[in-house]
Design a binder for this molecule. Sequence first.
Ligand code: ATP
Ligand code: LTN
Length: 346
Amino acid sequence: MPSATPSTSSARPRILSGMQPTSDSLHLGNYLGALVNWVELQNEFDAYYFVADLHALTVPTDPAVLRRRTRITAAQFIAGGVDPEQSAVFTQSHLHEHAALGWVMSCLTAFGEASRMTQFKDKTAKGQNANVGLFTYPMLMAADILMYDAAYVPVGEDQRQHLEITRDLAIRFNQRFGETLVVPEPYILKQGAKIMDLTDPTAKMSGSTSPEKGLILLSDEPNRIVKKIKSAVTDTDSEVRYDPESKPGVSNLLVIHSVLSGTAIADLEKSFEGQGYGALKSEVAEVVVTAVQPFQKRMAELLDDPAELDRILAAGAERAHEIASRTVGRVYDALGLLPATARFGR
Ligand code: ATP
Ligand code: LTN
């Protein structure tokens, strides 16, 4: 029998976040902007991190590619420091509850409200041939979040609007059907730097829109990383100074160095005084290569043993299912959907 109240009983507040398996590797922006924060937060919170494979179906994907990318994304969470003993690491599609609650959220959303979501507007404006799944993407995301009674959802600024609609839907549900869902607080990651495209440092490094040379993939070979950083766009000046407005390229390199090496930007500016961009680039390349090498080793180990990775994902799904099944039970009951007990003898 589902419990009547949200399950916020665990000692530490719960957090949840996810990433879509839409490329063959996460990039440095995903890592420094999101993943490193996930790793830090797992010590403080009861953390749930998942691969949003159902969301990835909103763009056409080859089945073999989706399978590969889902395993790679999960392996990269772990290689980046998410500890599956501590945090639940799982795949969204392993829990049928996500699609079920997503449907409920869609039925709670007004057509006009969904039409105003900027991600949908941007992607369709860019000529992407949209399916209905892309339109209801935010409702599935709301379901992901509300499913786990998450207190906080650590995501980048680009996801803010999705969190707002999630809050609106939770409040609306509770008003119509009684206190059932926990209204999450946004936890927009600020300290996690926004990493820019190496070829156009005024645009964010993006898995879907940056050119190959503008992106540092966590799976890139060291010499490829060095090459990309050496050809990063800077400016015609030669002073190493943090000034994102007039020196976006140099500032981006300083941010990457600073976040990975733990050195304050002011100290980096001092140490590069009188030196040109060549010296800065060489050192940034070294710092990035040093950081990705252990990551790549761990990733290769995980991908070499898909059975073990699948076991980790199964254990994570089992943990997630305990909460998810209770939430859907509570929601269905509040909506007036009959319990399935009589039919299945549960
Ligand atoms: P897109 O192709 O839509 O640009 P992406 O691969 O760049 O996607 P997402 O999959 O949308 O990134 O995001 C995964 C996480 O990484 C999100 O929390 C997002 O805020 C963060 N993120 C993505 N790009 C960057 C970046 N350049 N700097 C910092 N954080 C980023
Ligand atoms: N839309 C997110 C991925 C995502 C997510 C979520 C993040 C799907 N469901 C729930 C946090 C919570 C993205 O593209 N980064």
